[in-house]
Write a protein that binds this ligand. Structure first.
Ligand SMILES: [Zn+2]
Length: 85
């Protein structure tokens, strides 16, 4: 298990608030991606496990839990920008 640092806590909070990627099609943040994680390196916060990943997702396999389809992820600011345009 990883040791939880203040920096990690802050980063996770930031991820939740700002660094959100959303479904290109519907804007939902309920999207998933396939990636390899280190099974033995994780922390548990508020009943949720956060794993250290070994590799970035190199494929394009993202899944939208709202569309029930594979999707492409975009940053939330891009999605909101598109709406205004
Ligand atoms: Zn979607």
């Amino acid at each position: 298990m990883l040791k939880l640092t203040k920096q990690m806590k802050a980063d996770i909070r930031k991820l939740r608030e700002q660094d959100i990627i959303v479904c290109e099609a519907c804007g939902s943040d309920k999207i998933s991606e396939k990636m390899w994680v280190d099974s033995n390196s994780f922390i548990s916060i508020d009943g949720e496990a956060y794993y250290k990943y070994n590799e970035m997702n190199d494929g394009e396999e993202y899944w939208c839990n709202k569309c029930y389809e594979e999707t492409l992820p975009i940053h939330i600011s891009e999605y909101e920008g598109d709406k205004d345009a």
